[in-house]
Design a protein around this ligand. Structure first.
Ligand code: AVJ
Ligand code: FE
Length: 506
């Protein structure tokens, strides 16, 4: 299968959407035989095909993550590297050496069976031993030492990888399909997003620069406000994605009632209507905890927004600029997303609804890897990978649309869901409890879909992120949903399919 990222001349937002690109399911979804009803039904063929050379994929993913890490840490002064820009974040130099320490632990020592380089650093860079706000007080490696350390670890990692057997049927699960190498590439990519959030919190002149995303395609203004996702069972989670993390497993059937979902994420213009309508001062829109938090924290608008006369401006990576009306809203907490949805007469989608909208293909009954099919994300599908340092306008990426017609489910902004972070039936922690297991429960809300700050290696239809409902420094927005009403729900397949296709073709 060709990697769309290497296809030259691909426009991110073609002015004339090519129906062959947006509407035809990928070859693997068509040709793969359907499994029986009640059996998890996901697109395994494409994932297996893409893993033809797991070691090469692992090396490329590790190197891509390191390029980003280097840029994020070389673009500031040494003083800025060791400074704490917010009590919510670690000093950048902690993230840098933590990336190296985790890689030493899992790739050099565990996968490589080597003695290790600096085991004495394990406790300094153990995220569970020291909360972020206390990390500046640790005996951290300085910038030069941290850079030398991660380079030494990486050199050994590449030797281990070159010697490793990464065949998909390797008896050790850690090595099968190169899982542990993929896990560490995803770990570094996640910290690259965390470091990008630190850059956003940092005060002072801009140091990061990227081109703006392309303008919205011509049809963005005429998209239906919402799309219908048909009811019925679908396959949630995965048992075939080789680098899926433990919380995405296993694939299992979930029954989802038909529902309507916003075609695009809620925009700044819409969110400003909520502010202008007094949304932040009316308790009827907020949960009791949300209302308490709005008052205690004095929330009045998304993080980084301020008034400039009658207009709203925002600070974005060191630049103050007008808030763009048609961009998905960013830097809102779960309580704000939930309150907006209630004010709009709607609700947040559940995590299962979100994944069904993003993966379920009604034509085949199969769950795709991504909304557009099984192909890896390319620049025409989604705004990922810090290629741009802001979300693209609502309605962008027609080639990345889901079968329902929903756009931008992957990329642009993380989307808050209504759901608490909980394990799927049959969950087993792997390879360590501190990745997911210790976070399950009502304290954390699930976010889906990834943002412009996420590398494609750490983003897919099954990928789960989570955070506290008060958090706003993450690159999070949301879209809303509503139940299908009794008069809309005819229960007929023609009805649901017709409405779904209307969204997809629009
Ligand atoms: C999945 C983003 C919630 O940053 O706490 C990084 C990812 N885990 N190192 C986090 C992670 C360990 C995690 N999130
Ligand atoms: Fe980490």
């Amino acid at each position: 299968m060709t990697d769309p990222r290497t296809t030259p001349g691909t426009a991110e937002n073609p002015t004339t959407p090519d129906p062959a690109v947006t509407l035809v399911p990928s070859a693997s979804s068509v040709t793969e035989p359907a499994t029986g009803a009640g059996v998890p039904n996901e697109a395994a063929g494409a994932a297996a095909g893409r893993q033809e050379d797991p070691a090469a994929r692992a090396r490329a993913a590790l190197e891509a993550a390191r390029r980003r890490t280097t840029l994020l840490t070389d673009s500031v002064t040494e003083e800025d590297l060791v400074a704490q820009h917010s009590p919510l974040m670690s000093p950048l130099v902690w993230d840098l050496a933590h990336i190296g320490n985790q890689e030493e632990l899992w790739l050099v020592r565990e996968a490589g069976g080597r003695p290790g380089i600096r085991p004495d650093l394990d406790s300094v860079y153990d995220a569970f031993q020291t909360p972020r706000k206390d990390r500046p007080a640790l005996p951290l490696l300085g910038p030069a030492e941290a850079r030398a350390y991660v380079a030494e670890v990486r050199a050994q990692t590449l030797e281990v990888l070159a010697a490793a057997d990464t065949s998909p049927d390797h008896p050790e699960r850690l090595l099968a399909g190169g899982f542990v190498f993929g896990m560490l590439a995803q770990h570094e990519a996640q910290h690259d997003e965390t470091m990008l959030a630190t850059h956003q919190l940092r005060r002072g002149p801009a140091v990061l620069h990227a081109p703006a995303p392309p303008p919205a395609p011509a049809d963005a203004a005429s998209l239906p406000a919402e799309v219908l996702v048909p009811g019925g069972p679908f396959t949630m989670g995965t048992s075939s994605e080789p680098w899926a993390l433990d919380n995405e497993l296993p694939a299992h059937q979930v029954e989802v009632a038909p529902f309507w979902l916003d075609t695009v994420p809620v925009t700044n213009a819409r969110y400003q209507e909520f502010i202008a309508a007094g949304g932040y001062s009316d308790p009827q829109w907020w949960t009791p905890e949300g209302w308490r938090h709005v008052q205690d924290a004095g929330l009045q608008a998304p993080l980084f927004w301020s008034r400039d006369g009658d207009a709203w401006v925002r600070r974005r990576f060191g630049t103050v600029e007008p808030v763009p009306a048609d961009e998905p809203v960013l830097h809102v907490c779960w309580y704000e997303a939930d309150a907006y949805a209630r004010w709009a007469g709607r609700r947040l989608p559940t995590e299962a609804e979100w994944e069904k909208a993003a993966r379920h293909d009604p034509a085949t009954g199969r769950s795709r890897r991504y909304p557009w099919g099984d192909a890896d994300p390319g620049p025409e599908h989604a705004n990922l990978g810090q290629r741009h340092l802001q979300p693209a306008p609502a309605g962008s990426y027609p080639a990345g649309a889901a079968p329902s017609g929903a756009r931008q489910l992957i990329g642009d902004v993380w989307e808050w869901t209504a759901s608490d972070f909980s394990p799927y039936p049959g969950f087993a922690a792997f390879p360590y409890k501190e990745y997911s297991d210790v976070f399950f429960g009502p304290d954390y809300k699930v976010l889906r879909g990834g943002a412009f700050g996420v590398d494609p290696v750490a983003c897919r239809g099954t990928f789960r992120n989570w955070d506290y409902p008060i958090r706003r420094q993450i690159f999070a927005g949301f879209r809303t949903a509503r139940d299908v009403t009794a008069s809309e729900n005819t229960g007929s397949a023609e009805h649901t399919e017709g409405a779904g296709n209307a969204g997809g073709a629009a």
